[in-house]
Design a protein around this ligand. Structure first.
Ligand SMILES: [Zn+2]
Length: 189
């Protein structure tokens, strides 16, 4: 999440610098909104007070279809402003890429042509204590819906929010560094 916001800030600032935009503040706000928008359904799950571990892969069921989401959104935003459409496409693509190499259960990059979820650049070791991802190794994994279901039931962490964001790990470190770099872009670029 923090890295997504950082990416939204970086991309909007870079695009303002390279393409210009008549309302930079609006463009930056849109960059941040677009960076989090694919996860909007997650908020509804939280409001419904569903258990996080039960839903942490299903929260990606509604909008995490890059071809449909980016393609459809890009065309819609073209009617507003081509620069906003470009911002939407770049930030959304980076959100899905982030979801594919970090935690979670991959992204259905080829939907509607394939229902498989893809994860990149991780070597996965299935061990007694859980599923460990070791960077870098295998180029990609492709899991069927059944495999995602199985693995999330076996290895899903019900305290994943606490364990990811509130404890020191390389993942948390990269998340916060990305956020800080985004702030750096916001104030100094
Ligand atoms: Zn996401």
């Amino acid at each position: 999440m923090f890295l997504d916001i950082g990416i939204g800030l970086m991309v909007s600032k870079i695009l303002i610098k390279t393409m210009g935009f008549y309302a930079p503040t609006v463009f930056i706000i849109l960059g941040v909104v677009f960076s989090l928008l694919p996860d909007i359904d997650f908020i509804f799950h939280l409001l419904k007070k569903k258990r996080l571990n039960e839903y942490n892969h299903k929260h990606r069921d509604y909008l995490h279809y890059p071809i449909l989401y980016i393609g459809g959104g890009f065309i819609l935003f073209l009617f507003v402003d081509v620069k906003i459409a470009i911002l939407f496409a770049v930030v959304s693509a980076l959100h899905f890429l982030h979801d594919s190499v970090g935690i979670g259960w991959g992204v259905k990059w080829l939907y509607p042509f394939s229902k498989n979820s893809f994860m990149f650049c991780y070597k996965i070791r299935e061990k007694g204590e859980g599923l460990r991802r070791v960077f870098p190794s295998q180029l990609y994994y492709s899991w069927t819906e059944e495999q995602v279901e199985q693995k999330s039931l076996l290895y899903g962490d019900k305290d994943w929010v606490k364990n990811i964001y509130l404890k020191f790990s390389w993942y948390a470190f990269i998340e916060y560094i990305g956020f800080l770099i985004g702030l750096g872009f916001l104030f100094w670029l």
